[in-house]
Every structure is written in structure tokens, then in C-alpha cells.
Design a protein around this ligand. Structure first.
Ligand SMILES: [Zn+2]
Ligand SMILES: [Zn+2]
Length: 462
């Protein structure tokens, strides 16, 4: 009787179990926080909380769960989660767009089976050029929000809006966001293999611990920041897809027509960008899209809503600020990019100087040293960039080969010693132990070398 019952249960459940197994998610489908509001969670924050929910670290979650689901796995299984991978150098872009962001979005959608993962980055903003400088590389947080959530027993998280480069204040508390750890004073990367939602990755001090609340220095800047939070917040809340990439040029065109006699010169003067007349004409024609800061500047000057410009909706000019005030606030938009004043010849000479550096720097670090955007350097000095990159790659390859050779030498000695003491060759796990490896698996090249060596010993024996 009982057997029958068991059989029944099993036979009924077989399909059901299969169905359940097929439809359940591999990872716990943690609920993102703040969705639908201007304070919705950023994808980087979600990853950090997701790893915490699984009692693991970000490194393991990313390497062993997410990466196998990337189009091209970036972190290979033999990279220990403790190894700082180059992945984390660009991982800040998980909050905006780009390949890493798309890979991560797809992987997490699959692993959690949630349909709202794509809400947590900026990929929806199809109307802006894909410049990743739109988001921060360092963590910024509001201690008042953190302590409030902690008191209320809510999970601590980082809203996407805190990671927008221009945003300096918390949209809720209107106080400056924190930029460095209260314990060790270090700036914290926005994502790292050890990232924690609420603690410093260097000294592990709680970031919610009360610290002095700092205010924006000038009233003007505060007003600007509040305007910025509202504008960007509304854009983040926009519930539908942005389908029309031409809405910005339509908005500019109609503004030029209605308020500037259809004259580019008048429009560029209005924007206090007289020297950018040709560029502005290109934006009106739709030949190019203005970068995000410039778009914000247009809205600020024209006194129109960012969200209505981006969605092609109707807009009316609210009120224009007097020109002398505008001139002052221009700096907040960082419109004068650093490189526009840079003498190309000087930069070229500096780049050539870097060629004689030994050991060579990576191109990314060179850009940092020069304080010039890497993409600008690559575009303006393609030959120098190529030479510097090749030099660095060769250097890296040599270093790698040297390291592998050292490991091979070490391996050979260990095998020999073991053979003399035991009359047999060590197993790979024994070899790992003897070589002082704890968690790393041998790279393929070393594995091959191992097989080669033990073959020699076995042949010697027979
Ligand atoms: Zn706050
Ligand atoms: Zn710290």
C-alpha cells in the first residue's frame, strides 16, 4: 500500500518536479529596492546585495555564477575570486551601458528569472551617446539614508541616482554624499570582488556609522543640485521605453524655430556656446546627439524639462534665468572639457616620452597621468596609442612567460624531490600542496608541463 502510494506520488510528481526545476531560478530572486521611484536601486548595488543574500562575496558570485552566462566569459574558473581581475576595472559601467553591463543584465535576468533587472542601469537612455563617464567609479553614499534604513530594519542599498557623475547630493536629504570611508579615509571603488553594501572594503568599518553631515558650499550650487536631482530623477522614473532617439533634435529644432528665428547663431548665443555653433547645428539636424552634460545644460538654459525633451513630448519654456547667472552656473556642467584647451603637440611629445618608460604604463594609466580622457587620446593620436599599447602588451606577455617559467622550474624541483623521497610522482593535488598553492588550479600550460615531467619519470622507471 505504502509502496503504491509512494509510486503514485513519484509518478505524478515527475512532470511537476521537472516543471518546477525548469522554472525555478538558480539564484534567489532578491527584490530590487526603490523600483519605480527616483531612488531605484543601481545594478552594482543589487549585485552586492545578491552576493550577501547568498552568503558569498561579489568575486565568487561574479566569477562562478555570472561569468559563465556572459557572451564571452571574462573571469575564468581558474581565476580565484581573490585575484583582482581586470574585470573590476571596467565593472563600474554595470550601472550604465556597454558590454559588461549587457552581459551582467542578461546573466542576472537568467539566474534570478526576474524581469526587472534591466530597470537598474541606464541602457534605456538611448538618446545619449554611450559615454561611460556618465557614472561614477567610486562609491558615493548618504549616511542619513543608511542610518534611516538601518533603524527601520530595511536593507541598505545604493540608488542608481547616487552614481550619476554630476550628482553630489542625496535627492532626499539634500546633503552632500559621502565619498570616503569615515574609518580609513579611503575612497571606495563602486564595485570590487570584496564589495559590501554597507562596509568599507579596506577597514570593514560600517559606512552607516554616524559621520558629520556635510552641506553644499554655496546656495547657488545647492539649487543647481536640487534641479539636477529632480531632472534626472524624473528621467529615471519614466516608466516606458525611450523609443525615439530623434526627440532631442526635434525639441531643439522647435525651440530654434519658435524662440530664435530659426537662427543657429542666436541659439548658440542663447546657450552661451557661441564657438560651438556648428556642433549645435548638428544636434538640431540630428546628425549627432549632445552628450549628457550638454543636454542638461540645454534644458537648464531653456528652462524646460529634461524628461519632456527626451520623450519628444510637448514642452513650454518655464522661465529663463538671466545671462549673468547662467554664466556662473556653466561650471557646474563641466562644459569646458579639459582637452579642448590642450595643445596637441605637447600631448604628442608627452606620449612619445612615455614610450621610453620602463616598465611601460598601460594606456589607461597614461591617460590618467595626463588627466586626459582615454578615448580622446586614442582618437587623436592613433599611432602613438597603438605603439604604447603594443609595448605594454608585450611587456605583460613577457612578465607572464617569466612567471610561468619560474613556476615550471619550481615544479620540476618539487617533482624530483618527491620522486627521490617516495619513488613515485606526486598527484596534482599533492603537487599543489607542496608548491604552496591553496586554492588556485594549475593553468593549462603548467598542467601540460606536469604531464610531460611525470612521463619522463615513468619512462625512466621502466
Ligand atoms: Zn539621503
Ligand atoms: Zn575604511
Amino acid at each position: 500500500m505504502e509502496d503504491n502510494l509512494l509510486f503514485d506520488v513519484l509518478s505524478i510528481d515527475e512532470d511537476k518536479v521537472k516543471h518546477i526545476m525548469d522554472t525555478r531560478s538558480r539564484l534567489y530572486p532578491l527584490q530590487p529596492r526603490g523600483l519605480g521611484t527616483a531612488m531605484k536601486e543601481g545594478l552594482v548595488s543589487y549585485i552586492t546585495r545578491l552576493s550577501e543574500a547568498h552568503c558569498t562575496d561579489v568575486g565568487s558570485l561574479v566569477s562562478f555564477e555570472c561569468s559563465p552566462n556572459f557572451e564571452n566569459p571574462r573571469i575564468y574558473p581558474y581565476h580565484s575570486n581573490k585575484v583582482t581581475s581586470t574585470f573590476y576595472k571596467d565593472a563600474f559601467s554595470i550601472n550604465c551601458f556597454g558590454t559588461i553591463c549587457t552581459d551582467m543584465e542578461n546573466a542576472l535576468t537568467k539566474l534570478t528569472q526576474r524581469s526587472d533587472i534591466s530597470e537598474m542601469n541606464l541602457k534605456k537612455w538611448v538618446f545619449i551617446p554611450r559615454n561611460k563617464a556618465i557614472v561614477k567609479k567610486q562609491k558615493h553614499w548618504c549616511i542619513q539614508c543608511y542610518s534611516k534604513w538601518e533603524k527601520e530594519g530595511e536593507a541598505l542599498y545604493d540608488p542608481l541616482i547616487w552614481s550619476i557623475e554630476l550628482i553630489k547630493i542625496c535627492p532626499v536629504h539634500k546633503t552632500l554624499l559621502q565619498t570616503s570611508c569615515p574609518g580609513c579615509n579611503m575612497e571606495i571603488p563602486i564595485i570590487n570582488n570584496r564589495s559590501l553594501p554597507s562596509h568599507c572594503i579596506y577597514c570593514f568599518k560600517s559606512l552607516a556609522s554616524v559621520n558629520e553631515v556635510r552641506l553644499v558650499e554655496s546656495e547657488d550650487e545647492l539649487l543647481f543640485q536640487v534641479w539636477l536631482c529632480d531632472s534626472i530623477g524624473n528621467l529615471l522614473m519614466y516608466p516606458k521605453e525611450f523609443v525615439d532617439t530623434s526627440s532631442i533634435c526635434n525639441a531643439l529644432q522647435s525651440f530654434r524655430k519658435n524662440y530664435c528665428d530659426n537662427n543657429d547663431r542666436v541659439l548658440s548665443r542663447l546657450f552661451l556656446l557661441e564657438n560651438k555653433r556648428r556642433q549645435i547645428n548638428a544636434y538640431c539636424r540630428g546628425a549627432a546627439n549632445p552628450h549628457f552634460n550638454l543636454l542638461l545644460w540645454f534644458c537648464y538654459v531653456l528652462g524646460i524639462e529634461l524628461v519632456s525633451v527626451c520623450t519628444g513630448g510637448e514642452f513650454t519654456q518655464i522661465k529663463r534665468k538671466p545671462n549673468e547667472l547662467l554664466q556662473d552656473s556653466k561650471k557646474y556642467f563641466m562644459l569646458e572639457s579639459k582637452w579642448s584647451k590642450i595643445d596637441k603637440e605637447i600631448v604628442r611629445n608627452k606620449l612619445t616620452d612615455f614610450l621610453s618608460d620602463d616598465p611601460p604604463l598601460s594606456f589607461n594609466n597614461i591617460a590618467k597621468e595626463l588627466n586626459i580622457q582615454e578615448s580622446y587620446l586614442r582618437k587623436s593620436f592613433p599611432e602613438e596609442a597603438k605603439m604604447l599599447a603594443t609595448k605594454y602588451t608585450n611587456h605583460r606577455t613577457n612578465k607572464k612567460n617569466e612567471k610561468i617559467q619560474m613556476e615550471k622550474n619550481k615544479m620540476e624541483i618539487v617533482i624530483k624531490d618527491y620522486y627521490h623521497a617516495n619513488g613515485s610522482v606526486p598527484t596534482t593535488s599533492m603537487l599543489k600542496k607542496l608548491m604552496g598553492y591553496t586554492h588556485i588550479t594549475f593553468k593549462q600550460e603548467l598542467m601540460n608541463y606536469y604531464y610531460e615531467k611525470i612521463k619522463e619519470f615513468v619512462e625512466k622507471k621502466t
